[in-house]
Design a protein. Structure first.
Lengths: 369, 295
């Protein structure tokens, strides 16, 4: 009996789910790092940062079923906020001569900067979330695009604080593989816990049938707002990590191409599951790396006297075709409904059923009540 | 007063372009529930057709405009056949993502097969001249834009209200399954909706390029995002709403360009979008949208 209660406890389910995902993830990272050396650990960090962002993105889009195009704005705001707090005052004096004195002389540790940067993003998310929560599900995706445009314009326009479209530099390189992996595990756990929680379940109900869930007393607008803010906070962590991995960046790195990559990762893996976010990030990262190497390989190759000097955009084409393939043939992604641990559990159950006489089959059904 | 009148003309011509784009988006959205992200790339197709028409074929201006419209119509109908028919009837998210992917692929193709840099479209000099109208000096481009927009919107209204196909489209916009039960052919309606949205995008491309004189792979992106916002502002799915939203956005943008001090100029796009979001905060269904309770 106690085993059954623990199986339905969201906290325990989330812990099991995080472990089931974390173990193979760690194994893959070890293989990549040992196999490819320094390049491998760079790839691994890139992948982990993207995975955290996609897991955060999925907290909103996956549970509510509303696609958004604005989460990259949170990545950008977090990276700049954390940068402003960690870049040494000497560099700031040189790079940002018009910065207010108090901000110029502030230099915080990586951890403190992360907390404040996440706080800044939460404020931004609340401000935009208030109108978004009231919009219809159809109008929200477009409006989040407006948010991306607004944040981009502000990052480019606020030259005194961000150096405008010029490169913002001088961040300490603090994102290690260990920090990335630890944050990824926390992100998976948070996303999973939200999905299993009563709030997540109600939001998923509104995804399946908004009208029916509203008439059952689900406060859809409030839940969407909450999921939006939580998802922004997780994405902000990815933004801080990304800033301290790149150490120098400009606003256009936090614009449509990056958002496109996150969207591809989310839909390829499956929006509705946390496993989907992780698997999607893994698959898309691998494909993009392949496309990048192919681009380098094709550079300067002669085909019928036509020199392939500039093979631009093989990565974008890969993403585009990948999204089309998924949309045409597997709309809900690779992990459409069941998480990895759900699949493992049902596989085990099926094996047990095939071995034992059919009379025992009733046990799991009865136990669920 | 004079400054005001000048700015009003600017607002009308800019808002008119947004209105054309937003109307095209709204027609497709109301018929099949697709938020067509690749609408802006139809505009880019029209722009490249103008470039091809002037540089390679040496066509006169009117022929170039017609070419732009035809190219955008062909592009729109082809897009529907190739990319959107397989996902017809799918969830709005599926269709939205499909159009997003189509847009990204098209932009890379423009980049690789035409040019990653802007290409110039040489237009006759009289287009950039200003004419005296009632004591004001008004640019020929602005006047053309206003005239084209008025003509296009009038014809669209007549088409939608008076012709069988137009009435069928309005019926399909209200309730597609019931419209089909009344004998309206789904494929014809959807193809017609795309053709019309292509035509409007082609006209918008002509007016847009006539003011800027160049085309680049991502040209359509910013205007189409704004047209989307305009459609949401007017009430997503409402055709008059889309037109109204386009003009309102045009007016707001021109006000933010003209009124605040220069220091705010880099932020003008942000300000106008914030105003739109603020309006939506108080009227989430849009200016002319209705609150529907359809699951």
């Amino acid at each position: 009996m106690s085993r059954q209660t623990s199986r339905n406890n969201p906290l325990i389910r989330s812990l099991i789910g995080t472990g089931t995902l974390g173990a193979p993830l760690a194994a893959i990272l070890v293989i990549v790092v040992l196999g490819l050396g320094a390049v491998g650990s760079q790839l691994a960090i890139n992948f982990l940062v993207a995975m955290i962002a996609v897991a955060g993105f999925g907290i909103y889009s996956g549970n509510s079923g509303i696609m958004t195009f604005g989460h990259v704005a949170f990545v950008g705001v977090a990276a700049y906020a954390s940068g402003l707090l960690t870049v040494p005052p000497d560099i700031k004096r040189q790079a940002l001569p018009n910065l207010p004195g108090w901000l110029r002389d502030t230099q915080l540790s990586f951890g403190a900067a992360m907390v404040i940067a996440v706080g800044v993003v939460v404020v931004v998310a609340v401000l935009f979330g208030i109108p978004f929560a009231r919009l219809s599900a159809g109008a929200t995706p477009i409006s989040t695009f407006a948010m991306l445009l607004i944040v981009y314009v502000v990052l480019v326009g606020a030259k005194d604080v961000t150096r405008g479209s010029q490169t913002f530099y001088g961040l300490p390189s603090a994102t290690t593989l260990w920090i990335g992996f630890g944050a990824a595990i926390v992100a998976i756990f948070v996303a999973r816990l939200f999905r299993e929680s009563v709030f997540g379940l109600r939001l998923q109900a509104s995804r399946e049938d908004e009208l029916a869930s509203r008439s059952s007393g689900v406060s859809v607008a409030r839940l969407r707002f909450g999921a939006w803010v939580l998802s922004a906070a997780v994405v902000a962590v990815a933004g801080v990590l990304m800033g301290h991995e790149l150490t120098a960046f400009s606003p256009k790195q936090f614009y449509i191409p990056l958002q496109f990559m996150y969207v591809a990762m989310l839909v390829v893996g499956g929006q509705a599951t946390v496993t989907g976010s992780v698997v999607g990030a893994l698959v898309v990262s691998a494909l993009l790396e392949g496309a990048r190497r192919l681009e380098g390989f094709l550079h300067g190759v002669n085909i019928f006297g036509y020199s392939l000097e500039n093979v631009f955009g093989l990565q974008e084409i890969t993403l585009g075709v990948l999204i089309l393939v998924v949309m045409f043939w597997r709309r809900d992604g690779l992990f459409d409904f069941d998480e990895l641990d759900d699949r493992v559990r049902s596989a085990i159950r099926r094996r047990r059923e095939s071995k034992e006489p059919p009379a025992v089959v009733a046990t799991p059904i009865a136990a669920n009540e | 007063m004079q400054v005001f009148a000048q700015q009003a003309i600017n607002a009308l011509s800019l808002g008119g372009i947004y209105a054309l784009l937003a109307l095209g988006l709204a027609i497709v959205f109301s018929v099949m529930g697709l938020i067509n992200f690749a609408h802006g790339d139809l505009m880019t197709v029209g722009g490249y057709a103008m470039w091809f028409g002037t540089i390679t074929l040496g066509m006169p201006l009117v022929a170039v405009a017609v070419l732009a419209v035809i190219a955008a119509i062909v592009g729109a109908v082809a897009m529907e056949r190739i990319a959107f028919r397989p996902v017809r009837g799918a969830s709005p998210t599926t269709m939205l993502l499909t159009s997003f992917a189509v847009s990204m692929i098209l932009q890379v193709l423009f980049q690789d097969f035409i040019s990653a840099r802007p290409v110039g479209v040489p237009l006759p000099g009289w287009l950039s001249r200003a004419l005296p109208v009632f004591g004001l000096r008004v640019g020929v481009v602005q006047l053309t834009a206003i005239a084209v927009v008025i003509l296009a919107l009038t014809l669209m209204t007549l088409f939608l209200k008076r012709t069988v196909l137009g009435m069928g489209m309005r019926a399909a916009a209200q309730d597609f399954p019931v419209a089909r039960l009344m004998g309206i052919k789904a494929n014809r309606i959807v193809s017609a909706a795309f053709a019309i949205s292509g035509m409007l995008a082609g006209l918008a491309a002509f007016l847009w390029v006539a003011q800027r004189g160049s085309v680049e792979p991502a040209m359509g992106l910013t205007p189409v995002i704004k047209a989307f916002i305009a459609a949401v502002l007017g009430g997503l799915g409402s055709l008059p709403g889309a037109v109204l939203g386009g003009f309102v956005l045009g007016i707001v943008e021109v006000v933010f360009q003209a009124v605040p001090p220069d220091a705010f100029l880099p932020f003008k796009d942000a300000f106008s979008l914030i105003i739109v979001l603020a309006i939506l905060l108080f009227r989430p269904q849009g200016l002319l949208g209705k609150v529907t309770e359809r699951a």
